[in-house]
Design a protein around this ligand. Sequence first.
Ligand code: UT7
Length: 330
Amino acid sequence: MATGSIRSRISGTGHSVPQGILTNADLEKIVDTTDEWITTRTGIRERHKAGKDESLSKFAAEAGRQAIEMAGLKAEDLDLIILATVTMDQPIPATSCFVQEMLGAKKAAAFDMQAGCSGFVYALGVADQFIRTGTYGNVLVIGGEILTKFVDWADRATCVLFGDGCGAVLLTASEGDRGVLSTSLHADGSMADFITLPGGGSKIPVSHEMIDANLHTIKMKGNETFKIAVRSIESACRDAIAKAGLEPADVRWFVPHQANTRIINAVADRLGWPPEEIYLNIDRIGNTSAGSIPIALDEMVRAGKVSQNDVLLFAAFGAGLTWGSALVRW
Ligand code: UT7
C-alpha cells in the first residue's frame, strides 16, 4: 500500500462493564441527592461499579478481545495497544502492558495515555498517525476507567456522575475512503484546575496527610466546565468536518462523550442534528470518561445501527482541559 492512500478503518469494536450497578436510588442513601436532580441535570439513571477485586485491566482486555474477534484477527496480529485512561491498575507499569499479556499480543508495543475524558479521541488520533505513515497495520485503541474507586463518596457534586467500563476499537490499515477521515485535538492548561485529582503524584506524594486532606479523590468545578464544554466541542466538531471537506449535514451519527445530556443536546442543536442522529447511553452507563465513546460505539455496532459509509463524529471534553473530535466513515 502506498502510504498516501492508507486509512485507519475500524475493523472491530468491543466493550466491557462491571456487573455491579449503582442506581440513583442507591445514591440517595449515600449523599444528599435525589433521582430527580440527577436525571434532570445530567441524564444519568444508573452506572456500573467495579467490585473490590476488579481493576481496569480486566475490562480493558475483554473489550480488546471482542474487538479483535469482530475483526477476524488474532492477538498476535496486533502491532500496538494504546490504552487511554486516568484510572490505571497501578502507577507503574502501564496498564496496557498487563492488557498485552492478558490478550497474548506478543508482538504489540503498548503504552497508556492520559487526556482525561478526551482520552479516546486523542488515542484514536495518535493511532491514526501510526497507521497512515505505514508504521503499523493493526492498532488496538482502548478507552476506559474505573472511576468509582477515585470519587469522593461524600461529594454529591461528583460522586453521582461517574461510572466504570471500557470500550475498544481495532484500527486496520486499509485502502479506500472508509476509516478515520480527520481529527481535531485541543488543550488549554490555563483551566487545569477545573477537573483534578491533586494527590499521589510527584507534586503531592502519597502520605497520611495527603489522604487526611482528601487529595486522593476527584474534584471538579462542574459549572465552570459546563460553560466551556459546549462551545469547545462545537468548534472541534466543525473543525474535523471542515478538514474532511464535509458539512454538518453529512454526519449520520453524533457519538459524543457521555458527560451530560444538556451539553450534548446543546452541541447538537448548534450543528443542526436531530435527536435521532445522536447516540445516548448516559442513562445506563453514566460518565465513564475515556470509556464513553468506544462503549457507545460498540453498543451501536452490535445493535446494527451503523451502516457501511455512514459518517460518524466522535467528540469529547475533559480534564486538562482537553477536547477534540474524530470523523470516521464506516
Ligand atoms: O466528563 C468530563 C467533563 N465534565 C463535564 O463535562 C461536566 C460538566 N458539568 C456538568 O455536567 C454540570 O455542571 C453538573 C452536572 C456537574 C452540575 O450541574 P449544574 O447544573 O452545573 O449544577 P451546579 O454545580 O451549578 O449546582 C446547582 C445546585 C447547587 O446548589 P445551590 O448552590 O444552588 O444551593 C449544588 O450544591 O445543585 C446542587 N447540587 C446537587 N443537588 C442535589 C450539586 N450536586 C447535587 C446533587 N444532588 N448530586
